[in-house]
Write a protein of this length. Structure first.
Lengths: 325, 444
């Protein structure tokens, strides 16, 4: 009996006491960071310049953060050349240069989602199976509801067993209406009906949950295109946001995911989930470098409050273990 | 994304031709490429480092076989070493006891629930009576999900009492299974982070309480460097008995498989290759090795193809495919080459992502079929072979008669031929490397 609530309590306590609802990314990523700080300190202490060994260790640090070997090499080259010829190449300088280089790459992608541009503002949430689409929808819904917005969820994952029930359960918990049809229904038909209702009632935000799918399956990508088209038919400009969810545990394949989803649908924003684990999500740096897609949120837990707006500097701080920022 | 390594190595092969043994100097550059390929495939940094060292040790001083260049020889060592590290042949699940409990554990979203259902279906097909147990009381509608899957498969699912905790569910389900006479019980546990102490402790309690015959770690094939930490933690706390790798139907190179093997030494038992409930396969180390390297089973292909194929013809064919000038005449040529190389099934199996291609090909596509196709094309006039569009009804009849086949056979060949052209166009650019050896490989 008690078990079910234990977890919830634990999470609530963690999030309210230490973090506050929309507090910095830091708390959520503390676990990730600790190991990293120690390693970076070791790497950088007493090194005067980027010698061969330092480079190799730096490379290891960044590659094990899933930044990808190509990105890491480019990054190190960039840092190395800014240091060369300069004077006073102490460890602090190297650390700040590495961080600055990462911030420089991430900063242009820091663009929080503005949902006041349209009413209703329609968000279509996409991604591969199990990355955390439905949970992120719940978190976003909760965030906007708390801001006093009128939110609607649309259960357009009619494929996976109990996917509709999952979203409905969240809707009940958060007090957010969920538009649904039966399992196996045409997802674009669900979206069509939902959008008409939302438009008639002039709701603020409509979030469409879609079934997870691998980016390599063209027929399933076509299904998403259809949903997108249908949304646009009900309301001009909809969906206003095509939000791709990525899992921090994912390695280099996230690049392929982002590229293929983007190619098919024109992704307008990304969110990265599961940063509360030990995965570092370094692939975001590669993504920021290669694609011009804004990064909206990071997910740091399973509970509804565990969503934070993406901040480039915070992310880089955390990645490189710099407490002071 | 599959092109890189093979192209680079191809270039290296050429440069390295003519050396007698593998030396530090002639393998250094190739090893660097292999290292990059492994890192790009998400093999853990440290695992890569160790792997490269061991390959180097094995390779140095080896004599280069007559038919191979040093680069090819090295790649052979790399490949063998990968296979050795990842495999110990097919591993059967331990299903002794009544019931035999199998416990699925892993991170959130790794695919446990779907895998539970696939496993149920798979084991039932082997004649076992199977039940499933939803021990995920946390994620909204997780229990409902397993119940629905059970209904779909007609597999019984234990019904937890309101508010029942996972340990109690797991324990009580044992009696339930005995009452129902079930032989195997699959426990679907909640996804959790490996660093979540209370939840890991919960798993340990379940394990102690039900003494499962297998504790299977379910891991997403797309997992990055963190795979090492995940596998290590789960293994330390639960002594996993095997690994199931999911979502291999995508384009992930799956380096996590090697990382996990390296840190747990546990076998990869099964792989998930699709959302359908029969998309579960046994694990083949050699295919996985090729996939991680980002190429088909290149060495075998090289060896088989080299003997049989004239490179110039291959290049010409490649050009034609690109320009869509591929004709029935060319198809005939291909068929003859393929027949020289041995059973087609075997060749197709060596290609990563062969599932796609196999699906597109007729399942009866075999030696006999090739012979028939050859006969049909041979009964066509030169003109017909060069321009398939002129082959009308009466010509089809004549061709069928001439080749001792039926009009349906001729129709099917033409249909397959058109499909093939279409597929080639769709699948995009050919793998130049493999094409150079006469086997079309497609990147997905
Ligand atoms: N630890 C953690 N788990 C998450 C996070 N986001 C989602 N999850 C979990 O990941 C699993 C899959 O999430 P779900 O939303 O169903 O994924 P979907 O298939 O993409 O809709 C669930 O168990 C979620 O609780 C996160 O930020 N951190
Ligand atoms: Mg979902």
């Amino acid at each position: 009996m008690a078990m079910i609530f234990m977890r919830e309590d634990r999470q609530m306590a963690g999030s309210e006491e230490k973090r506050g609802f929309w507090g910095g990314l830091r708390e959520g990523l503390r676990k990730t960071r600790e190991g990293l700080v120690r390693r970076l300190d070791r790497i950088l202490s007493g090194k005067a310049r980027l010698d061969f060994q330092t480079i190799e260790e730096l490379e290891e640090l960044l590659i094990t953060a899933d930044m990808g070997v190509g990105t890491v090499q480019r990054l190190i080259q960039k840092v190395d050349s800014t240091l060369r010829g300069g004077s006073g190449q102490g460890p602090d300088l190297i650390r700040s240069r590495v961080k600055e280089a990462i911030v420089e790459i991430l900063q242009p992608r820091e663009a929080p989602l503005e949902v006041d541009r349209a009413r209703p503002f329609v968000i279509m949430v996409i991604g591969v199976n199990g990355v955390g689409k439905t949970t992120t929808i719940a978190k976003m819904g909760w965030m906007w509801k708390r801001e006093g917005k009128r939110v609607m969820f649309v259960a357009a994952d009619t494929f996976r067993a109990a996917a509709i029930e999952q979203l409905v359960a969240w809707g009940d918990r958060l007090g957010i209406e969920v538009v649904r049809q039966q399992h196996g229904a045409d997802p674009s038909a669900v979206v069509f009906d939902a959008l008409q209702a939302a438009k008639a009632r002039s709701l603020d935000v409509v979030i469409v949950d879609t079934a997870g799918r691998l980016h390599t399956k063209t027929n399933l990508m076509d299904e998403l295109k259809k949903i997108q088209r249908v949304a646009g038919r009900v309301q001009e400009g909809a969906p206003h946001e095509v939000l791709l969810i990525l899992d921090a545990t994912t390695g280099q394949n996230a690049l392929s995911q982002a590229k293929l989803f983007h190619q098919a649908l024109g992704v307008t924003g990304m969110a990265m989930t599961k940063l509360d684990g030990t995965a570092k999500g370094g692939i975001l740096v590669a993504l920021a470098w290669e694609l011009g897609i804004p990064i909206r949120f990071v997910g740091v837990g399973e509970q509804m409050e565990a969503l934070q707006v993406f901040r480039a500097r915070e992310f880089a701080d955390v990645l490189l273990g710099d407490e002071e920022g | 994304m599959f092109d890189n390594l093979s192209e680079k190595l191809q270039a290296l092969f050429k440069r390295l031709r003519g050396h007698g043994t593998l030396t530090e100097a002639n393998i250094q550059e190739a090893l660097r490429e292999v290292r990059l390929a492994l890192l790009e495939a998400d093999v853990h940094y440290k695992v890569v480092k160790e792997f490269i060292e061991s390959v180097k040790e094995k390779a140095l001083g080896q004599e280069v076989l007559q038919s191979l260049t040093p680069g090819q020889q090295l790649l052979k060592v790399v490949h063998q070493e990968l296979v050795r590290l990842m495999g110990e042949g097919e591993r059967r699940l331990n299903l002794s006891g009544s019931p035999a409990s199998l416990m699925l554990v892993g991170l959130q979203g790794s695919g446990k629930t779907t895998t539970a259902a696939k496993l149920a279906k798979w084991l039932r097909a082997q004649g076992k009576t199977v039940g499933m147990v939803p021990a995920d009381v946390y994620r909204p509608a997780a229990i409902e999900q397993l119940e629905q899957l059970g209904r779909m498969l007609n597999v019984p699912v234990y019904k937890p009492a309101q508010g029942e905790d996972p340990v109690s569910i797991s324990v009580k389900s044992q009696n339930w299974a005995r009452e129902k006479g079930l032989q195997v019980l699959i426990l679907d546990t909640a996804g959790r982070l490996h660093i979540d102490e209370p939840l890991m402790e919960e798993l340990r309690k379940i394990k102690v309480a039900v003494a499962p015959k297998e504790v299977l770690l379910v891991v997403d094939a797309m997992t990055g460097q963190d795979a090492v930490q995940i596998a290590q933690s789960f293994n330390e706390k639960l002594q996993i008995t095997g690994v199931i790798l999911t979502k291999l139907d995508g384009d992930a190179r799956g380096g996590a498989a090697l990382s996990i093997r390296a840190v747990t030494l546990r076998p990869i038992v099964l792989v998930g290759v699709g959302e359908k409930l029969d998309a579960l396969e046994v694990f083949y180390p050699d295919r996985m090795a090729s996939r991680i390297l980002g190429m088909g089973d290149v060495l075998t292909l090289i060896e088989k193809a080299q003997a049989a194929y004239d490179e110039k013809k291959a290049l010409e064919l490649e050009r034609k495919l690109r320009k869509e000038e591929f004709t029935l005449e060319d198809l005939l040529e291909q068929i003859r080459q393929v027949r020289k190389m041995g059973p087609l099934e075997d060749l197709v199996k060596m290609i990563p992502g062969a599932g796609n291609i196999r699906g597109a090909l007729d399942p009866t596509f075999g030696e006999k079929e090739l012979k028939k196709m050859e006969a049909i094309i041979c009964s066509m006039t030169k003109e017909e072979r060069r321009n398939h569009t002129i082959i009308n009804g009466s010509r089809r009849l004549r061709i069928a008669k001439g080749s001792g086949t039926t009009v349906q056979d001729v129709n099917r060949l033409l249909k397959n031929f058109l499909e093939m052209r279409k597929m080639m166009k769709k699948m995009g650019k050919m793998r130049r490397f493999a094409m150079g050896r006469g086997i079309p490989l497609w990147s997905r």
